[in-house]
Design a protein around this ligand. Structure first.
Ligand code: PEP
Length: 253
């Protein structure tokens, strides 16, 4: 059985105080309302990691994640944060290859491979993002585009390494736009990703990897999207900034 996961990506939002308030609310709601095993991951800005970690201590389903890590292990890289530093703060997950990082910070497939390897070497679970821009979807070449992203960054990993990953399919045209992929579009792409993983690593490994959907996921569409066979949860941006919305999504399986 694959893990069901809902991860909140706060991006560059919320002051420390706002982040603490949101975390406390999530902790209480999850404790009182969640009646099935779902792994909840909170990915605040780096500066909030330690405070969020303190607030989730003792909450058995809630884990700490970061939104990025460096592609270097340590050294003179001003402003960067390494996977090892994240582990030392108690992080368990790290988002790698978010489309905003690929687009605005020009992160390359090769850098993403390095980040994944460093994350794994430091005991972090990468949440590796992939997804096509609008023009690719309009040309109906999204399968080839996304599978190539995975091949380029991940297919040098060993079986033991790939097994530890979580993937997130996030069509760029659906991120922060209010335009969600239909549940059928999500399922089609998730099945295609799983088939591609199986072609390299075998069906058993592919069947064990959780694939999350991301892109304008909200309480009113999460249930329909999460009901699909190959959708194992969500990576949530905007709706992760409101405790009620986020926890309602967590409860949507
Ligand atoms: C994201 O940035 O990972 C995301 C899915 O954002 P949103 O939910 O706001 O579309």
């Amino acid at each position: 059985m694959r893990k069901k996961i809902v991860a909140g990506n706060w991006k560059m939002n919320l002051t420390l105080e706002e982040g603490q308030k949101l975390t406390s609310e999530i902790v209480h709601m999850v404790k009182d309302e969640l009646n099935q095993p779902v792994t909840v991951v909170i990915n605040p800005p780096f500066t909030h990691l330690q405070s969020v970690k303190k607030l989730i201590e003792g909450a058995k389903d809630i884990f700490l994640g970061a939104q990025n890590c460096s592609d270097k292990a340590s050294g003179a890289y001003t402003g960067e944060v390494s996977a090892g530093i994240l582990t030392s703060f108690g992080a368990s997950y790290v988002i790698i290859g978010h489309s905003e990082r690929r687009e605005y910070f020009k992160e390359t497939n090769e850098q993403l491979t390095e980040k994944v390897k460093l994350a794994l070497a430091n005991g972090l679970t990468p949440i590796f993002c992939c997804g096509e821009p609008l023009e690719i979807r309009e040309a109906n070449t999204q399968d080839a585009y996304v599978t190539e992203q995975l091949t380029a960054s991940l297919f040098g990993l060993s079986e033991d390494e790939i097994k530890q990953l979580v993937l997130a399919y996030e069509p760029i045209w659906a991120i922060g736009t209010g335009r969600t992929a239909s549940s059928d579009q999500a399922q089609e792409m998730h099945a295609s990703i799983r088939k591609h993983l199986a072609s390299k690593y075998g069906q058993a490994i592919a069947d064990g990897i959780s694939i999350l959907y991301g892109g304008s996921c909200k309480p009113d569409n999460a249930q329909e999207i999460f009901s699909k066979a190959d959708v194992d949860g969500g990576l949530i941006g905007g709706a992760s900034l409101k405790s009620r919305d986020f926890v309602d999504i967590v409860k949507s399986f």
